[in-house]
Design a protein around this ligand. Structure first.
Ligand SMILES: *Cc1c(COP(=O)(O)O)cnc(C)c1O
Length: 356
């Protein structure tokens, strides 16, 4: 039995996997694979329409917003956001390597204000008490910092369009979409296999820049064509739809959040209790419910590799921390069952019994 804690690509619900297998073999009764039919066939258009509708339903997306499914990953959004929105100045909160990459792209298009950064402490906290320049064209945040295990769990108030990279926490909690201009993310953390990027966008923030934007990188192209300007990533979109069905069956984002909070609390409590380990994110309110990071206590640092091997031998997959943080990281995305967290905790306790 494997317990998949991978940070991304990562665990998907068994329902998603089963339904994708079925669709790969015989899509919507066509006798053909979802991979070999036209994206303009009525069967696939129905997939696209339903995926957009379920996004709107599950996240309670208000009027005036569109849901797009694009290629290029979250990383392409780092460039599309400034290209489409930045007249002369933008503001960024630097909470991690992904946030820093987004900020770097924006610099190609004008002045970028870094309103605050936690880089000096390996991004192990979320900066607070910063001020956002009112004359910036937008403010960009990364709500969940996948590598460091910090998370902004509340929708912040902002007087200029708020743009959020929610690659690794979309659908993990309720979001007040009306507070955002754009929410985007790669699907491979909490939704679908790699290859599709979701973009939730308020149309009225567009059309304010003078620069020419390549057709494919212009959000308006994809709004006008319903994400069908060119061939969309059909298989990942089909998989995303299955996850959305599963999420709805599970009771939606609020039910999911309840389970996620519970799973993360179990693990954080064990890290605190266990003599071998310590968490890397000290402020409780900054701790991510999606990526839990910890290291060995100094006195037991020499056991790091051995614990990793021990845990791997017991079926724990993907718990090695990112190289910039070291130690361990357990990603507890929506599809990860509570039993997997319990299994990891048992392994931590077993190792403690053997060593302390
Ligand atoms: C994984 C990740 C990205 C990068 O996504 P790609 O789809 O690989 O470009 C960006 N932001 C965050 C927060 C991530 O976790």
């Amino acid at each position: 039995m494997k317990h998949n804690f991978s940070a991304g690509p990562s665990i998907l619900s068994q329902y998603t996997i089963k339904k994708v297998v079925e669709g790969v073999q015989n899509f919507a009764g066509t006798g053909l694979s979802v991979m070999e039919v036209s994206h303009r066939s009525k069967e696939f258009v129905a997939v696209m329409d339903e995926a957009q509708a379920l996004f709107k339903e599950l996240l309670n997306i208000p009027e005036g917003y569109h849901v797009l499914f694009l290629g290029g990953g979250a990383s392409m959004q780092f460039a599309m956001v400034p290209m489409n929105l930045m007249r002369s100045k933008s503001a960024y909160l630097n909470t991690g390597a992904w946030a820093a990459k987004a900020l770097k792209e924006a610099k190609l298009y004008g002045e970028v204000v870094e309103v605050a950064s936690s880089k000096d402490a390996t991004y192990n906290y979320i900066p607070k008490g910063y001020s956002v320049p009112e004359d910036a064209d937008y403010f960009h945040i990364t709500t969940n910092n996948t590598i460091y295990g910090t998370e902004i769990k509340e929708d912040i108030d902002c007087n200029i369009p708020l743009i959020a990279d929610m690659s690794s926490d979309i659908f993990s909690r309720r979001v007040d979409v009306s507070k955002y201009g754009i929410i985007y993310g790669g699907a491979q953390k909490n939704l679908a296999p790699a290859g599709v990027t979701f973009v939730i966008i308020r149309e009225d923030i567009l059309g304010k820049v003078d620069r020419s934007i390549p057709t494919l990188l212009d959000y308006r192209t994809h709004i006008d064509k319903g994400s069908m300007f060119n061939t969309p990533p059909v298989l990942p979109i089909f998989a995303a739809l299955q996850t959305l069905h599963w999420l709805k069956d599970m009771g939606g984002v609020e039910a999911m959040n309840k389970i996620n909070v519970e799973k993360a609390a179990l693990l954080y409590d064990e890290i605190e209790r266990n003599k071998l380990f310590k968490g890397t994110v000290v402020n409780k309110e900054d701790r991510s419910i999606m990526n839990v990071c910890w290291v060995m206590e100094d006195a037991y640092a020499a056991y790091e590799k051995e614990f990793l091997e021990f845990a791997t031998g017991k079926g724990m997959v993907g718990i090695k921390g990112h190289r910039s943080v070291g130690g361990f990281r357990a990603s507890t995305y929506n599809a990860l069952p509570k039993e997997s967290v319990e299994a990891l905790i048992s392994v931590m306790q077993e190792f403690e019994t053997a060593k302390v």
